[in-house]
Structures are given as structure tokens and as C-alpha cells.
Design a protein around this ligand. Structure first.
Ligand code: NAP
Length: 333
């Protein structure tokens, strides 16, 4: 009998996306030169859009979602990888156009894989996942734009989410005074434990205002929310402040005048984790190993099963996930 592997499989039924756990033959995997035994995966906002069908992430069905995975190489036609090597993958369209990590096996081009960064377990790599990777990308951009630790308040929006919570911890670890904006005041103590100095209610930033500029408050910002929140952040960013935009949990469109840019020299930096070049990826992972303590990472992480990955996906869209969800596929270190 053909060898099989367990996967979370998406299908389209009566115009709706549905998920199920299914055993699939190994030869159903897409082409690629490296076959990986997946130990851990994780859930990100984009996975939630794919699994629930709320976003047009997946276009061909049946499909295995999961934009991230970490595990051990089983077979490799790529000379850079040997059986037994531990590897990590985030992005590259995996879980969107190429079958993803929410399965016991994944087959991908070797170019998309990185050796597991030294000092991390496969579980920790997935506790970080695309969300933590993106948080560090944003933090590095702020630093490269010249934002120093003594520059003043740095805002993180969507602070209790995956990108947000890790951005809070990373910025606080670098000595910034972090203001965490959240719609969940009940998580204020948890955000303070991660390093937030102040908590701001989500509504303060979500309310549309006609004023082209507000009083100058933010030296820098990591925005995971987009929409009106991003417009309001830009209006209240200080002279030569830096705002990184990575998300759309609150909306994809925003309306803003050019005044923050031409009167205050505000810089708006876009963050993309999916096609981030390999050298920068290695730099981001090195910084994560250096700066993110295992204790902090554990504090933001909850562990779920493959089945729970299907069940919990909708929680992202209603903003009910705290921090990171790591998915136990086969376990392992
Ligand atoms: N550009 C990239 O490469 C990249 C990479 C990773 C993620 N992203 C994007 O970044 C965003 C965050 O991703 P994630 O994985 O961290 O998701 P997440 O864990 O669901 O975090 C999003 C957070 O945004 C807040 N939020 C949710 N709905 C909201 C609404 N309607 N209005 C205002 N705030 C809302 C919530 O935080 P509070 O409860 O604290 O308010 C929520 O926890 C997503 O839009 C995702 O697509 C982009």
C-alpha cells in the first residue's frame, strides 16, 4: 500500500471553504527537491483567512494550508540539505499557492528552506513563525531608519496578536518605551509582562478624524492593523518619525493627507515577510535567536493539535487569539 501522511485539507463545497483531516498518499505532494517531515507548524492571520475562506488566499482545491513549518529533511536532491537536517520555512507562497505546513510531510524547493537557526528547537522556530519573523523585520527597519532607544514612545497596534506581542517584547528588549494598543484591556497585565510601559485602548486609534495632523506623539510605530488606525498613527507621528506597516487586521484601505510626510518628514515603511531575500532572512533569524528569550517566547505561545488548527482559525478573525499558536504536527525538537 502507498505510504500516506496526515494533513489538514481544504476543499470548496457549495461555494464555501471547508476543512478536514485526511490521510493522503505521499505522491500527492507538489513537486520540489526536498521532502521534509514536519514536526511543528503554527497558525498566522493569513492561515486563518485561508482555512475559513474569509480571504482569497487559496485558489486551487483540495489544498493543504500552513504558511510555515519546521522539521527534519527526509529526502533531498538539493546538495545543501541532507536527510536528518533540521530546517525551517516561512513564506514563499507556501500555504497559499504551494501545499503547506499543516501536514506531516511537505515537499518544497530547497531555495525556500533555511537550516534551523542554531540555538532554536523546531518548536521554538514555529512559536516565532511568520509573525515573529515579521515583528523582527519591522524592528530592524525602525533601527535602520535611525530610531534610537531614547527617541521616545514607540507604538505597537494589535499588540495582543502574534506580530504585535512579539514586537512589544523585541522593542522593549532593545530599550524602547513601548505603548501597546489593544482592544483587549483584560490582557493589559500580560502585555506589561512582555515589556509594554503603557496600554492604549484600540478605539483611540480606530476613530476616524478629519484633522490632517494631530499632536506629535510617536517616535516610531509597528502597525499590524492598517485602515483608519494606520492613518491616525501617521497623523500623530513625530517629526522624522518612522512607521512600519505590515498588517490589515482592521482594514486594507486608509485615507490620509500628505502632510505627515511633507511637513514632518514622517517615513512609512512597508514590511513583507513572504519574499524577503535569503540573506535578510538569515539576519532576521540571527537577531531573533539573540534577542528573544525562550521564557518570553513561551509566555506568548499556546500549543494546539492539527485538528485544533482547523477549529481555532476563526478565532483570529474575531481577534480572540492571544499571542502565538504553535501546531504540534509530529512533535520533535
Ligand atoms: N506583511 C507581512 O509580511 C505580514 C506578516 C505577518 C502578518 N501580517 C499581517 O499582520 C497582521 C497581524 O498578523 P498576526 O498573525 O499577528 O494576527 P493576529 O494574531 O490575529 O493579530 C492581529 C491583532 O490585531 C488586532 N485586531 C484584530 N481585529 C481588529 C480590528 N477589527 N480592528 C483593530 N484591531 C484588530 C487584535 O489585537 P488586539 O486584541 O490587541 O487589539 C489582534 O490580536 C495581519 O493583518 C496579518 O495579515 C503581515
Amino acid at each position: 500500500m502507498a505510504e500516506t501522511f496526515e494533513a489538514l485539507v481544504l476543499d470548496r463545497v457549495d461555494g464555501r471553504t471547508v476543512w478536514r483531516l485526511e490521510r493522503l498518499p505521499v505522491d500527492r505532494l507538489p513537486p520540489g527537491d526536498v521532502l521534509v517531515d514536519v514536526d511543528w507548524s503554527c497558525l498566522n492571520y493569513k492561515d486563518a483567512l485561508a482555512i475559513t475562506g474569509a480571504g482569497k488566499i487559496v485558489r486551487e482545491f483540495p489544498f493543504v494550508p500552513g504558511i510555515d513549518f519546521a522539521g527534519r529533511v527526509r529526502e533531498s536532491a538539493d546538495p545543501r540539505f541532507r536527510p536528518g537536517d533540521r530546517v525551517v520555512l516561512t513564506g514563499w507562497g507556501v500555504g497559499e499557492r504551494h501545499w503547506g505546513g499543516l501536514a506531516e510531510l511537505a515537499r518544497v524547493p530547497g531555495d525556500w528552506l533555511l537550516p534551523l537557526p542554531e540555538g532554536l528547537t523546531t518548536r521554538q522556530a514555529m512559536a516565532i513563525g511568520t509573525a515573529g519573523f515579521t515583528a523582527m523585520l519591522a524592528v530592524l527597519e525602525l533601527a535602520e531608519q535611525g530610531l534610537s532607544a531614547d527617541a521616545g514612545d514607540v507604538l505597537v497596534s494589535g499588540a495582543a496578536g502574534g506580530v504585535g506581542s512579539l514586537a512589544v517584547a523585541l522593542l522593549a528588549g532593545r530599550g524602547h518605551r513601548v505603548v501597546a494598543s489593544t482592544g483587549r484591556p483584560e490582557l493589559a497585565d500580560w502585555l506589561r509582562e512582555l515589556g509594554a510601559s503603557e496600554i492604549l485602548k484600540r478605539e483611540v486609534l480606530a476613530e476616524p478624524s478629519k484633522a490632517p495632523l494631530e499632536s506629535q506623539r510617536w517616535a516610531g510605530a509597528v502597525d499590524t492593523v492598517g485602515g483608519t488606525t494606520l492613518a491616525n498613527i501617521l497623523k500623530a507621528t513625530r517629526y522624522r518619525g518612522v512607521v512600519t506597516a505590515c498588517g490589515l487586521a482592521g482594514g486594507a484601505e486608509f485615507t490620509c493627507t500628505v502632510y505627515p510626510f511633507i511637513l514632518r518628514g514622517v517615513r512609512l515603511i512597508g514590511i513583507d515577510s513572504v519574499y524577503c531575500p535569503r540573506e535578510r532572512r538569515e539576519r532576521v533569524w540571527r537577531a531573533l535567536v539573540r534577542e528573544l528569550s525562550p521564557a518570553v517566547l513561551e509566555r506568548v505561545t499556546s500549543e494546539i493539535s492539527l485538528k485544533e488548527a482547523g477549529e481555532r482559525a476563526a478565532d483570529f478573525l474575531s481577534g480572540r487569539v492571544r499571542g502565538r499558536l504553535v501546531v504540534r504536527v509530529q512533535g520533535g525538537s
